[in-house]
Design a binder for this molecule. Structure first.
Ligand code: FAD
Length: 292
């Protein structure tokens, strides 16, 4: 049995400047600690110290005229119960938060940790991808913005350096009427298992037509992905059962899953189509254009 992870040092800085200074000093030997629900289970090799971000004022959800800003240390529970996220287009994020783990995990887990852990099966990144969110990251050279779609690289890879900290997630306000959906398949729908396949979708509608669609899938490729061919099949049309089925089949062709303990490649491809169909049906229902 592996020895339990015992860091040599623990820091709880009270300012962003101090946190980044510590990260710069320790480099790869430090790990940012948020809720710890991934980190303390993984017991990262080479990590000598933990830098706890609990006192940095990063736990908030702020509505403003250009959208919503969420602090990286905001818990998944706070997102699931937030009044600011209880209408479209944000329902996809609320629903993804409510589908993550168990109440105990949601009380501890943070949105920033869910993103920075960079699991291809994580729930919240998919919702943020269809919402077109950007990330504010701070390092020794100052702050930079990254689109969430450009954050994930290969399996577990991410566009953030060891001396950088994710500060916030910025979701732009929606232009036009939107309907969204989050769908998740796990071993037993009531269990705490992570996704076999998960899907987020968003439709922007004008009158009775979908003018823009966004579809993101998880656990079916080395990183979370957009289903670009499926999205293109939906644009500028009123969705009906045939169009939605065609888009769902196209999405299934775009994915490249692996066989693992949770499901086979074959099963994941089949279920990707099922979940995309359900997500598009719910998105168009929430947009008020389904059924015909
Ligand atoms: C029983 C169980 C069930 C789970 N179920 C699900 C599930 O259904 N769906 C799902 O998506 N996940 C699930 N998870 C995984 C985990 O709970 C989530 O990924 C969670 O959101 C991680 O957040 P955290 O705050 O605990 O991150 P931590 O464990 O503290 O950190 C995770 C990683 O992100 C880094 N990090 C954290 N915050 C920052 C920051 N602000 N800047 C830079 N780096 C940062 C850490 O250094 C670490 O590498 C589950 C975990 C467990 C133990």
């Amino acid at each position: 049995m592996k020895p339990f992870f015992k860091p040599k040092a623990y820091f709880r800085p009270g300012s962003l400047g101090k946190a980044v200074e510590l990260l710069s000093n320790f480099g790869d030997r430090a790990k940012v600690l948020a809720g710890g629900t991934d980190l303390l289970v993984q017991k990262p090799s080479g990590a000598e110290c933990l830098i706890d971000i609990a006192d940095l004022g990063l736990e908030y959800i702020k509505e403003h005229e250009n959208g919503v800003e969420i602090g990286a240390a905001t818990t998944v529970r706070s997102i699931g119960v937030s009044g600011s996220l209880s209408s479209e287009p944000y329902l996809v994020l609320r629903d993804a938060a409510c589908a993550l783990g168990t109440p105990t995990i949601r009380n501890m887990a943070t949105i920033g940790g869910n993103i920075c852990n960079a699991s291809p099966a994580a729930d919240l990144p998919l919702a943020l991808m269809v919402l077109g969110a950007s990330l504010t990251i701070m390092g020794p050279a100052g702050k930079r913005e990254v689109n969430i779609g450009e954050f994930f690289e290969n399996i577990g890879g991410k566009n953030i350096q060891a001396d950088e900290l994710l500060l916030s997630i910025n979701i732009p306000a929606s232009r036009g009427r939107c309907g969204t959906s989050f769908q998740k398949l796990r071993h037993h729908q009531t269990s705490i298992d992570i996704a076999i396949v998960n899907v987020a979708a968003r439709m922007t509608c004008e009158k009775q037509a979908c003018v823009k669609a966004s579809i993101a899938l998880g656990a079916v490729a080395p990183t979370p992905i957009y289903a670009r061919k499926a999205e293109a099949l939906l644009g500028k049309k009123r969705p009906n059962a045939a169009i939605i089925q065609e888009a769902a089949s196209a999405a299934s062709e775009e994915v490249n899953p692996i066989d693992d303990v949770r499901g086979s490649k074959w099963y994941r491809k089949k279920m990707a189509a099922v979940l995309v169909r359900r997500a598009l049906e719910e998105s168009s229902r929430r947009c008020g254009i389904w059924p015909e």
